[in-house]
Design a binder for this molecule. Structure first.
Ligand SMILES: *[C@@H]1O[C@H](CO)[C@@H](O)[C@H](O)[C@H]1NC(C)=O
Ligand SMILES: *[C@@H]1O[C@H](CO)[C@@H](O)[C@H](O)[C@H]1NC(C)=O
Ligand SMILES: *[C@@H]1O[C@H](CO)[C@@H](O)[C@H](O)[C@H]1NC(C)=O
Length: 383
């Protein structure tokens, strides 16, 4: 009898709980849960019971939580807020999403997608879900192959780079390099992201400094925009010594790119990269751009050079150069009416009527656009 006890217990369990938890938590990173398979949130009590029933402190699979939308149903574009973060970021995540809800999303109830290279823990999932009242909340795990060294990378050279680059920001960091490479070539391939057309990238700790009264996703779609930014600045040259050489090689290979109308946006009078880039901690963009064959070719070409690891290529110059090579004037938009803060810089609308209408709380004299370190005045000449 004892020998059969485990089987007996399982049979009883299956009888008592015919609905397996796998319905909600998919154990494969290849297929994320379809909306119909998301955990359907009904009450705090039920949700707590559900989280506890997983009997783990961390949830190591893609998990989505569907909270019912308010009625009347809001108009929603095919879009998600996107944040890459860690469990330890929880309090700045809560601060940021509360601000985003208050300044923008309470009027629209867009989904949120949180991505992490490690499993999210119970507290993170519980608190974030509590603070977002409606819509779908995706907690996605980044597949290991998207957050690791590709085979062709020579680890000796990586170590040399990390030891010699201590004078540039994050020059000695491995995870920062994985992050830059992830945002350059992978985030749009995540199973959760594949379900959306547009995303708005945010980070733990960023803040909106004015109400965003317009639906920016709708503005993107109606105006046929592909890439939107707020702040721009210059890159540290020490992070990208050979990036431009590689880009020139790419342009030589794909001659049609040379004629594109935005190339001048990133080239200085010596024919070198002018170091101007969009500050990509804020981005609202059309995922179809990143999923295009041309972008993928561009990323693969650069990835093969190894500069994400042998140097410290950032996703900001990569996205910016891609926009300049592959898009057109009409595709770009500067959200000059958005008040936005990512330490240490902020954008603050200087137009007094915008400032008043959108209840801004920033000091217009601190608006980074007017700084010598900003590239926006240069960019605006092209768009
Ligand atoms: C829950 O997890 C603990 C620790 O991993 C384990 O000892 C216990 O048997 C588990 N309980 C159930 C019901 O699976
Ligand atoms: C890796 O890089 C080091 C240092 O440049 C070099 O000596 C070594 O031959 C390289 N290894 C391979 C397998 O290419
Ligand atoms: C949203 O966009 C994605 C990617 O373009 C597409 O696969 C999906 O069908 C769209 N969803 C809806 C509801 O239109």
């Amino acid at each position: 009898m004892l020998r059969h006890l485990p089987i007996f217990l399982i049979a009883i369990l299956l009888f008592v709980f015919p609905f397996n938890l796998d319905r909600f938590i998919h154990h494969s990173q290849i297929n994320s849960p379809k909306p119909s398979q998301c955990y359907q949130y009904t009450s705090d009590h039920d949700f707590k019971t559900y989280l506890q029933s997983t009997n783990t402190t961390h949830i190591s699979t893609n998990l989505c939580i569907e909270k019912p939308l308010p009625t009347p149903l809001p108009h929603r574009e095919n879009a998600t807020m996107l944040m890459l973060c860690r469990n330890s970021d929880i309090y700045s995540v809560l601060e940021t999403i509360t601000n985003i809800q208050d300044r923008f999303n309470k009027n629209h109830n867009y989904d949120y997608t949180f991505l992490n290279d490690e499993p999210f823990n119970y507290d993170f999932i519980y608190l974030v879900t509590n603070h977002i009242p409606y819509a779908r909340i995706n907690f996605g795990i980044i597949p290991h192959s998207h957050w690791s060294y590709p085979d062709h990378i020579n680890m000796t050279q990586v170590d040399i780079a990390r030891e010699t680059m201590t004078d540039v920001p994050y020059g000695d960091s491995v995870s920062y390099r994985f992050m830059c490479r992830y945002f350059s070539g992978f985030f749009y391939k995540h199973e959760f992201m594949r379900e959306y057309r547009y995303y708005w990238r945010i980070e733990p700790g960023v803040r909106l400094l004015c109400d965003v009264r317009d639906d920016l996703f709708m503005r993107m779609r109606e105006k046929g925009k592909v890439y939107g930014f707020v702040i721009s600045l210059f890159e540290y040259v020490g992070t990208i010594p050979t990036l431009w050489e590689s880009v020139v090689e790419f342009i030589e290979m794909k001659r049609q790119v040379k004629e594109r109308e935005l190339v001048g946006m990133v080239v200085n009078e010596f024919g070198w990269f002018n170091l101007c880039h969009f500050w990509t901690n804020f981005e609202i963009a059309d995922l179809e751009f990143f999923r295009s064959e041309e972008y993928e070719e561009f990323f693969q070409f650069l990835d093969a050079k190894g500069g994400f690891f042998y140097e410290r290529w950032g996703d900001a110059p990569i996205h910016t150069i891609a926009v300049a090579l592959l898009l057109q004037k009409k595709d770009l938009i500067w959200f000059d009416d958005v008040g936005y803060y990512h330490p240490p810089y902020l954008q603050c609308p200087r137009d007094i009527s915008v400032y008043l209408q959108n209840k801004c709380t920033c000091d217009p004299n601190l608006d980074f656009t007017m700084s010598d370190l900003s590239c926006t005045n240069h960019f605006v000449k092209f768009i």
